[in-house]
Design a binder for this molecule. Sequence first.
Ligand SMILES: Cc1cc2nc3c(=O)[nH]c(=O)nc-3n(C[C@H](O)[C@H](O)[C@H](O)COP(=O)(O)OP(=O)(O)OC[C@H]3O[C@@H](n4cnc5c(N)ncnc54)[C@H](O)[C@@H]3O)c2cc1C
Length: 404
Amino acid sequence: MSKMIGIEIITKNCNGCGKCIPACPFAAIAMSDDVAVIDYDICTICGACVDSCDFDAIIVRHEEKPKAFGTPDKESYRDVWIYGEVTPKGELAPVVYELLNKGRRLADIRDCGLALALVGDGVTHLAQNAISRGADTVYVIDSPVYKGFIEEKIAGALEYLARKFKPEIILTGATIVGRSLIPRLAIRLETGLTADCTALDIDPETGDLLQTRPAFGGNIMATILCPEHRPQMATVRHKVFKEAGVEEGRTGKIVEIDPNDIALEEFSKAIIERVDESEGEELAIIDADIIISGGRGVGGPEGFEILYKLAHRLGGAVGASRAAVDAGWIHYRNQVGQTGKTVAPKLYIACGISGAVQHKVGMQTSDMIVAINKDKSAPIFDVADIGLVGDLFDIVPELLKKLK
Ligand SMILES: Cc1cc2nc3c(=O)[nH]c(=O)nc-3n(C[C@H](O)[C@H](O)[C@H](O)COP(=O)(O)OP(=O)(O)OC[C@H]3O[C@@H](n4cnc5c(N)ncnc54)[C@H](O)[C@@H]3O)c2cc1C
């Protein structure tokens, strides 16, 4: 795709209706003598104004398309691949099962295979887990060379696999591991990468992956395509998709790659210690079926005590808005939202949280949302199944009493 280099107003088409002014998220358009005028110091060439114009008066100028752009043998790329992230406990990360579920659907639409790429030390036994959850093939590179997690080494092994077997799509969890690993692979393969997708679909004819993710601070959902390059790569947050179910007795192919076939590069990095981010927290929010979250409305660190009581009573975990985290009332690992974690518990109770879009994007797929807020017009009520208007310090103690 050629690069957008500017927005232009076709003055003869502009009738001064002004619809483009509110459409611009950066307030870069004004009216002058009944014709739209763009402030090029502010314009980011996002293109939002183009769609708002009914009179073809706003156009996007593109750079002339470079000649040798894209992957020349695009058609030879096939299959959907999932990166088999392994946890420090030596299990497949839960997000892998979620991606196997989505990957299976994409592969079925595209009428191709679903594969897992598994690289590590002592990981071969995990291959069958992936097959019983929908993978047709598992490519395994099992060697002490891959002990621990050195991104460059794993990226090198994945590059070898991708160049040899040519997957059309590679999906990874947007976990700490995935985020650190996969951009290195995208650069090695000279292809695009869309981070933090919340929805995926595929064009059955072209194989173009429709990668949807929040943009402009979560105010719009953008669907991103990578039509010129293969493989197409995306990361997806944990809990966005449901896990693939287990099909006992399902069979598939395990392709074991000789690690000696992969040229090892020199690295100056070594793992000295692994630290568990959730240490000190009884239950991590991403694993919890019930989350009691607090925002600025809890008033201070002591305000969270009552939320921890309720979480203990219900067997849940405590989450927080960024306002509460930024104030230092609770650890960042508890933050829910765009710059925190995406959660989808069975029950999410939001206490004293207004419901900013950056918070909602991290919790709105919860099965049941209960919102407690003093302000009846708080936007959190827009996504709540049950809304309780009132003071959380009256309502939460009442809930605790009832739960006895
Ligand atoms: C790039 C970017 C990324 C961001 N990422 C995140 C993110 O990941 N997660 C996130 O949460 N935010 C994020 N934010 C911040 C977000 O925009 C909001 O500022 C934040 O979510 C507000 O937190 P809050 O709802 O706790 O606070 P407020 O918006 O101040 O809301 C407090 C609410 O508490 C209610 N209240 C007060 N006292 C009580 C009481 N006693 N009982 C009941 N209700 C009461 C009030 O009526 C109010 O609605 C991000 C912002 C940006 C720009």
